[in-house]
Design a binder for this molecule. Structure first.
Ligand code: 13P
Length: 241
């Protein structure tokens, strides 16, 4: 059974106080959300501990935005899976296009991080997607199939979420047409051994377009950036109709 998963990716936004304020407001906003929807907040590392305490007993799960492949070691600036699970983190975003673009993330390091996430019992959200140039050159499918092939090498497909995030649609307001997102997500599903993996769409998801996006048969959820930073907005997205 494919599960509906709506995740907010806060990127490098919100200090502890701002995160706590969001959580307090958001928890009451989403009380009446349909039971079967998984709701996740992927916050900066510095907010995770206080959020974990304040989300305890609620249905909102916590995610991080990166994880290293070693348990510990001389890896300045990195974080281990065990450090995240210790404080109550259940999910982790891996291979986001911003990490690939600005921090040298490759399909090979994505693969190592995915393996580590699963080893330390974190559920990874693997991001894939093409640039505008690649799309215009007709390379969308090839790029994504290649990202999946290399990223998912020897990965257990029973503990995994995938997010299709066309890079040209991220933070631009230029949402991918829902039918096109549905088509590409169908292509992604064809590549997978486990057809029950939840596949999200991400890229300028907003309260105004979530209903249409979620009406598409292949789309199992959303990975939301900017519109997840405000509690009422993100609550509306989580409560899509
Ligand atoms: P926006 O929703 O701000 O376009 O960001 C999407 C994203 O990158 C989520 O990971």
């Amino acid at each position: 059974m494919r599960k509906i998963v709506i995740a907010g990716n806060w990127k490098m936004y919100k200090n502890q106080a701002e995160s706590l304020k969001f959580v307090q407001e958001f928890k009451s906003e989403i009380e009446d959300t349909a039971e079967e929807r998984e709701i996740i907040l992927c916050a900066p590392f510095t907010s995770l501990t206080v959020m974990s305490k304040n989300l305890h007993g609620s249905r909102v799960k916590l995610g991080a935005q990166n994880v290293h492949w070693e348990l510990e070691g001389a890896y300045t600036g990195e974080i281990s899976g065990e450090m995240l699970t210790e404080i109550g983190v259940d999910y982790v975003v891996i291979g986001h296009s911003e990490r690939r673009q600005y921090f040298g993330e490759t399909d090979e390091t994505v693969n190592l991080r995915l393996k580590a996430a699963q080893k330390y019992k974190l559920k990874p959200i693997l991001c894939v997607g093409e640039t505008k140039e690649q799309r215009d050159a007709g390379e969308t499918e090839n790029i994504i199939i290649n990202q999946l092939k290399k990223g998912l090498l020897e990965i257990d497909q029973s503990n995994l979420i995938i997010a299709y995030e066309p890079i040209w649609a991220i933070g631009t307001g230029d949402t991918c047409k829902s039918t096109e997102a549905n088509r590409v997500i169908g292509v992604i599903r064809q590549q997978l051994d486990n057809k029950d993996i939840s596949i999200q769409y991400g890229g300028s998801v907003k309260p105004g377009n979530i209903d249409e996006i979620m009406a598409q048969p292949e789309i199992d959820g959303a990975l939301v950036g900017g519109a997840s930073l405000e509690a009422a907005n993100f609550a509306r997205i989580v409560k899509y109709q």
